[in-house]
Design a protein around this ligand. Structure first.
Ligand SMILES: [Zn+2]
Ligand SMILES: [Zn+2]
Length: 183
């Protein structure tokens, strides 16, 4: 039994570059619910010029993870960066985001998630945020198309999977977080 006053882990959100504050705030409730954590919005970080590839017109997501790793504080269980620029890794034409379990950081971008339907845009953002945080806790991809850890290539897949973990991933997440606490 968990005492009510037990402090919950904190997930920190850091805007990177120019990001709508409405969009950042819309993440708080879904993240709190999906990950049973408190959510804190931190000071914004500047988009590093060195992360930009002018030939591709995109930012290297791994470079944003480096930036987040430097900003990460021990009192945060995980740090999630929220950007609004197109992200890539060398082997793919784009990524929605990236997560790093070793350093406990993740990043995702709003750039490819927009919709004229504001509620759908918020839901997509929450889905990708939770997916990348899942990686930052050490989860891999899922073969259940309704699990948030399904690897989305398209917005249709992102919309289908939604913000919930399948039972296997929910159990694995609890285990990984428990290990981190007792280490
Ligand atoms: Zn993934
Ligand atoms: Zn799963």
């Amino acid at each position: 039994m968990t005492p009510k006053h037990q402090t919950r882990p904190v997930i920190a959100l850091a805007p990177i570059g120019r990001v709508s504050s409405t969009q950042i705030e819309s993440l708080a409730t879904p993240l709190r619910k999906a990950l049973d954590a408190d959510v804190a919005v931190t000071a914004g970080l500047e988009l590093p010029v060195s992360a930009f590839d002018p030939r591709r017109g995109q930012y290297l997501s791994t470079a944003l993870l480096d930036l987040l790793a430097r900003a990460h504080r021990p009192e945060w269980e995980r740090l999630l960066g929220v950007a609004d620029v197109d992200l890539y890794v060398p082997e793919l034409n784009f990524v929605f985001g990236e997560g790093d379990p070793r350093r406990g950081v993740a990043v995702f971008s709003l750039a490819r998630l927009r919709s004229s339907d504001e509620a759908l845009f918020h839901r997509r953002s929450a889905t990708e945020a939770i997916h990348e945080l899942g990686h930052a806790y050490g989860l891999g991809h899922c073969d259940n198309p309704h699990c948030v850890m399904w690897f989305s290539n398209t917005l249709a897949e992102s919309d289908r999977k939604g913000t919930s973990f399948c039972s296997l991933h929910a159990a694995q997440l609890t285990r990984l977080r428990g290990q981190a606490i007792h280490n």
